[in-house]
Design a protein around this ligand. Structure first.
Ligand code: SAM
Length: 331
């Protein structure tokens, strides 16, 4: 039953974007006047549950809900509660989510009650004005209250920060000290050329090799084999006692160890974050009450999972590598 792609990689990790909508408009992620999907195009929560269940039956062990902002999807906790039965049965090892934190104070306790153990919170700055500028619509105080609520509920929180030149590069050492001081690991991410945005990505792009070299002037970083199932490579920071992760899709692609596929809220399966090719799972899902058609469509899609992405950010390449925004497939 296991899903093995043409390059021998076993697919055991599913990321599910439950909505393309978000209550923030981060400048590197979206344009300000984004057009979102009409509600009628979305799979129902029951259909998303059915699709996830087929993937779990086919060997998915880790499932991450993302978006858009997953916690703004109406009744999202119903889906989380439903999916948690696969944790209880042991079929699923981990159910988690990536969130901007804005709704966490409402949902943290229930997430923990559903068996979610750890979550990723995206946070690019600790400065309230800069936070408002980068997210356009977000308020730092709300996210901080959300992080407090998550920790109080016993959720392990990891912070994700997109490293942005001349925006947060100088602040990242302080963010790392703050995160580690509160028992949270921090992962920094290179910005990826996905979708048209209002800004020029060449101005924003910061290769993490440069960030690492600069951090090494202040901190002792030791490579460690620690893994959380995703693409981050970690170092231990001697001075803070915490871990720092690097996600480097631009400077060092990690495709050879890719174990992931991504499902969107319309039932479209992307076999690679950085390629346009996709498979429609909604049609086979709706064509039959049984799961055979959709299972066959998944096998066919896994059979054409590409070797990897080829993201480029430079002055000569003005178009994004893929036309869809990150908010379609989630982080
Ligand atoms: N709303 C949730 C959140 O904020 O985490 C989940 C979706 S968001 C698209 C997932 C992650 O993708 C966030 O950490 C965000 O910063 C990151 N992201 C968005 N656009 C990106 C880009 N072009 N390159 C790299 N990371 C990006």
């Amino acid at each position: 039953m296991n899903m093995i792609d043409p390059f021998g990689r076993t697919i055991s990790y599913l990321r599910v974007s439950v909505t393309d909508r978000c209550d923030f408009r981060c400048t590197y992620c979206m344009a300000e006047d984004m057009a979102f999907l009409p509600k009628k195009d979305l799979l129902s929560l029951e259909e998303l549950d059915r699709l996830c269940t087929v993937f779990i039956e086919k060997g998915v062990k880790r499932l991450r809900l993302t978006g858009g902002e997953p916690l703004v999807r109406k009744n999202i906790m119903h889906l989380v509660r439903q999916l948690s039965r696969h944790l209880d049965s042991g079929a699923l090892e981990e159910l988690t989510l990536t969130t901007n934190g804005s709704q966490l104070s409402r949902f943290a306790a229930e997430l923990a009650d559903c068996g979610v153990k750890r979550i990723n919170v995206s946070l690019d700055t600790l400065d309230a004005d800069k936070f408002h500028a980068i997210t356009r619509w977000g308020h730092l105080g709300k996210v901080m209250t959300g992080i407090d609520a998550a920790q109080a509920a016993g959720l392990k929180v990891k912070l994700n920060a997109v490293a942005l030149k001349d925006f947060n590069d100088a602040e990242l050492p302080e963010m790392m000290r703050w995160a580690h001081g509160r028992g949270m690991d921090l992962t920094v991410i290179e910005t990826m050329p996905m979708g048209e945005i209002d800004a020029d990505r060449t101005d924003q792009y910061l290769p993490l090799s440069l960030l690492r070299a600069s951090l090494e002037r202040q901190f002792t970083l030791t490579d460690i084999p620690f893994k959380t199932g995703g693409p981050a490579r970690y170092v231990q920071v001697a001075e803070t006692g915490g871990k720092l992760g690097f996600i480097t899709p631009m400077t060092h692609n990690f495709c050879e160890s890719c174990n992931r596929v991504r499902l969107t809220c319309t039932g479209t399966l992307y076999m690679c974050l950085g390629q346009e090719d996709a498979a429609d799972l909604r049609t086979p899902l709706r064509a039959s009450e049984g799961n055979e058609l959709v299972a066959d469509a998944i096998d066919e899609a896994i059979g054409r999972k590409p070797k990897g992405h080829d993201f480029i950010i430079d002055r000569r390449t003005s178009r994004p590598s893929v036309s869809r925004h990150m908010s379609v497939t989630g982080g």
